[in-house]
Design a protein around this ligand. Structure first.
Ligand code: MOS
Length: 729
């Protein structure tokens, strides 16, 4: 039995509020936590079957051209080497898997430096690595390959559907009392998940089982089948534990296809793990961006016009492009608008979704421009934003499902002590440090993605939740356990959640901040169905049933669940789908960031001293995991502001700094006290849980608070991230 909901309208009652356990929302520890910290949770490379062979990828050293040969025979003669595998299907999707993507015309074409072209398989990892290092490739390099967005001859695409304009922005700029007009840039970023990409493939006849590290299993299954040219019913993927994804594992990557092809060929399990350098080079990056931002405001700081025109890049023919301006159409008021989106076609590592694609860099730069407008108009930055919150989505003319931006701004200012800020740069000193405060708004679109889950209530009064949803470190195991425990009146210890197996009902996957709310809704619906079936047995109406402490209570009866079940098991499925609600209201999550920094007046070094984020995202499903997501997002915000930057070699586009020693993520010493406040909110348009996504909200503008604090401390305005000391001194 399946209970299904399509979100065409808002839900009419708060069905979860009627539950009495109060488990949803609690800061429940992760049930998977002890396994993880004791090293017992099997990650992708932790469950090697007996007789496994090891594959090491070999990469192209030219940015574009063809591979015309390889000295495979010499390598296959080396001790322990079982095969050099070169297969058209490696190159079929040059970047990440995308089911249904057109195969490249030339199966030996190379699209970027670092693209995998061969797999050397050995009996040990060391033998395979040696063979991979020794393998000689014959590569023909194209001449005049374009690897930088400002190279002469670069092809720039202007997709018509992604350009928007209304009113007359040029006129609004001419007539404005205050304006900002600048170009803001961000470099390429990488996801930087802790667990590198890895896969172990083994075949049983025509069926392949792949253990790997992926975010979106039902899609990944289709992608792998497509890449191998087989039907997806022959593919099973297992990803019960994922050591971070941040977008890099949304799609399958070359190690999955290579492991599956080699395993089939050799008739043995084959494990392929990428080195850190390979992850940097061959998985994907966030595109660098160049953003022209124009703001026009009247004397009171009310926006009359906004222009946000982005130039991003990707490989030729790739469909994805960084949606920089995604939140610009609705964050602030202003009738005259220009939204622009252009894509430079380059031979650099594929650009894909990295840590909140769009808003992470788009809102950040818009919020730096807003700070410049605050300075230009002499209006306090918090007040400037409060004056510009629209009553409805100003572009689409539809209401917000909810919008707590004003509350987040006011509460943040209050809790941070914003009234102690001096508006005058350079006026607060602490020894050789110049101290300043900055702030920014947070905004991220909210999505519901189709999801299914199965819940089984067994005769001993325990429940099992099953879906192919993943937990990428975000807390899915905890949250789905809580939803089921709440709905079925069970202690959380009586609920077991199984994830990460495509044999289970297809979930939403983890990405885009949609996982917890989408898959949580599927679990909620399955449990509602179980409650109905219990009512059938008890002869009561669902409204008269209370489930608590493992008992069913109705009228004056209180009966242990095991007794109601009388030796039987109830199995139910929940199925959630997005619907017309998406077009009726603008759904988004909002918040505010506040940062205090010290800028060293001698070296130009910036240290973040404290930081606060206030966020609203509908019902919070787990106060601890939600807070942790926000802390992580703001930490990445510090990285984006101060240190994170991929350097591409200007000759061939290759990523020069391809490890954690040279790609600088913030470490503990860089991260100060961060406080997170989660605002109470329910969003009846989102789903029956009235919860929205919070995973990525914490990074969507965070870096701007830091950059704006730098300006407040010393008067230096950085428009080109990261704000390294050479730019600040
Ligand atoms: Mo996300 S960057 O959609 O995993």
């Amino acid at each position: 039995m399946t209970l299904h909901i399509k979100m065409d309208d808002k839900v009419d009652a708060d069905r979860l509020e009627e539950m009495v356990q109060g488990v949803v929302g609690e800061p429940l520890d992760r049930p998977d936590g002890p396994l993880k910290v004791s090293g017992m949770a099997p990650y992708a490379m932790d469950a090697l079957p007996d007789g496994s062979l090891f594959g090491v990828l070999v990469r192209s050293t030219v940015p574009a051209g063809r591979m015309t040969g390889a000295d495979s025979d010499a390598i296959e003669a080396l001790p322990g080497i079982r095969a050099v595998v070169i297969d058209d299907r490696f190159l079929r999707n040059p970047a990440q898997g995308m089911a249904g993507a057109a195969p490249v015309q030339d199966p030996h074409a190379i699209a970027y430096f670092g693209q995998p072209v061969a797999l050397v398989v050995g009996e040990t990892f060391e033998q395979a690595r040696h063979g991979a290092l020794m393998l000689g490739l014959t590569l023909e390099s194209d001449r005049d390959v374009v690897v930088a967005p400002d190279s002469p001859g670069v092809e720039i695409e202007t997709p018509e559907k992604k350009q928007q304009s209304s009113g007359d922005l040029a006129k609004a700029m001419r007539e404005a009392a205050h304006t900002v007009d600048g170009t803001y840039t961000t470099p390429s970023h990488v996801s930087a998940a802790m667990e590198p990409h890895a896969a172990i493939a083994r075949w049983d006849g025509d069926d392949v089982v792949l253990r790997g590290s992926y975010q979106m299993l039902r899609f990944n299954r289709a992608e792998l089948a497509d890449s191998l040219g087989i039907d997806e019913k022959h593919v099973r993927i297992l990803s019960p534990y994922v050591g971070g994804g941040f977008g890099s594992k949304l799609g399958i990557a070359p190690e999955a296809v290579a492991a599956a092809i080699a395993s089939k060929k050799l008739g043995a399990p084959v494990a392929v793990a990428m080195s850190r350098q390979q992850v940097f080079e061959t998985v994907m990056r966030r595109s660098e961006t160049s953003q022209r931002i124009r703001l026009a405001a009247d004397a009171e700081g009310r926006l009359t016009g906004i222009g946000h025109e982005a130039l991003v890049s990707n490989l030729p023919d790739e469909k994805f492009s960084e949606p920089v301006t995604q939140a610009t159409p609705f964050l602030y008021r202003g009738k005259n608008r220009v939204i622009g989106h252009r894509i430079a076609r380059l031979h650099r590592t594929c650009a894909g979704s990295v840590r909140a694609p769009g808003e992470a860099v788009g809102v950040t730069m818009l919020e730096i421009a807003m700070d410049e407008l605050a300075v230009a108009s002499g209006i306090d930055p918090v007040e400037l934003r409060l004056r510009n919150i629209p009553d409805e989505d100003p572009t689409q003319g539809i209401p917000f499902s909810s919008n707590k931006l004003a509350e987040a701004l006011r509460m943040g200012a209050d809790k941070f002590g914003w009234d102690r800020r001096s508006a005058e740069p350079g006026s607060v000193r602490d020894g050789e440090w110049l101290v300043g405060m900055g702030m920014a708004s947070a905004v991220r679109v909210n999505m519901l993605i189709e999801a299914k889950a199965r819940v089984t209530l067994t005769s001993d009064g325990r429940a099992r939740v099953e879906t192919d949803m993943t937990d990428i470190g975000t807390g899915t195991y905890a949250i789905l356990t809580q939803v089921a425990a709440e709905m079925l009146g069970l202690p959380v210890e009586s609920v077991e959640t199984r994830l990460g197996d495509t044999d289970l009902p297809p979930g939403s996957g983890s990405g885009g901040s949609f996982g917890a709310a989408s898959n949580g809704t599927a679990v909620f619906l399955a449990c509602e169905e179980i409650r109905r079936r219990l009512c059938d047995r008890l002869g009561c109406e669902p409204g008269d049933l209370t489930l608590k402490d493992g008992k069913a209570i109705t009228g004056n009866r209180s009966i242990p669940l095991a007794e109601v079940l009388a030796g039987e098991t109830i199995v139910a499925e929940g199925h959630a789908e997005p619907g017309e609600a998406e077009d009726k209201v603008r759904q988004a999550t909002f918040g505010s960031y506040f940062a205090e920094v010290g800028v060293n007046s001698v070296t130009g070094e910036t240290r973040v001293r404290r930081m606060l984020g206030v966020f609203s995202a509908g019902r919070i499903l787990n106060a601890k995991t939600a807070r942790s997501q926000c802390l992580g997002g703001m930490t990445f915000g510090i990285g984006m502001a101060l240190t994170e930057e991929i350097f591409h070699d200007p000759r061939d586009g290759h990523i020069v700094n391809r490890d954690f020693a040279e790609y600088h993520l913030p470490v503990n010493a860089d991260v100060p006290q961060i406080d997170v406040v989660l605002l109470e909110e329910r969003d009846a348009w989102a789903n029956p849980l009235q919860a929205k996504g919070i995973g990525e909200l914490g990074i969507c503008g965070a870096a701007a608070a830091v950059v704006n604090a730098i300006h407040n401390s010393c008067g230096v305005r950085v428009r080109d991230l990261p704000a390294t000391l050479d730019k600040v001194i």
